[in-house]
Design a protein. Sequence first.
Length: 244
Amino acid sequence: MGATTSTELLALEAISIGDPSCSRDEAIRLVGERLVSRGHVDQAYVDAMLEREQTVSTFLGNGVAMPHGTFESKSAVHSTGIVVAQFPDGVDWGVGTAHLVIGLAAVGDDHVQVLSHIADVLQDEDLAEALWTTDDAAHMHSVLNAPAEEEDDDAVGGSITITSEAGLHARPASLIVELAKSFDGTILISKGDRQAKANSIMSVLSLGAVTNDTVDVSIDGDEEAGSAAFAEIERILTTSEQDL
């Protein structure tokens, strides 16, 4: 069987619109309890979601947070699924304000495909902001289930092994996003099964690429400009952060 896609996971009934603002932990517990009620996880998974947030923030940017459990909580997961809670007035996530809180439970590596798909859809800042306040759950369901764009087979690119101690985070990520936004074409960066559009900081950070990881860069646009862009991305990922 192939990997599970988010289209198979997100049901219309799993989306709530207009939830009142609350604390970060209350929002995590809210979506966690909804995962429990839908039969995806045991109650213990909710505590693991809160535990994970204490060590690693699940805020992705663009007003989106995707809380999920720790690796050790995998035994509490019965099936892969997601639930979405919309907070029009926002939830203080510490590192930013979350308006869409997406609770995730995954069997095996299903979370990779789910995270990649959601990040691909919500990397559009205007689209993400529109979903913060929509009162149409069916519209949100349609948007989040939209298929990701396919990569162009004729794109310029190649593989790059990251040697910068900052990995694909902090300044290197921001420089690549800045480059991609000024490029007349599409730049995609992949790590394993995850793929990100380089013009979205949320999408780039969702790759979780660190020092010594190898990423694949695919650039669709003018060939000469694409080659120059690839060379610049390679420079960024292989140069010490203090020298950038």
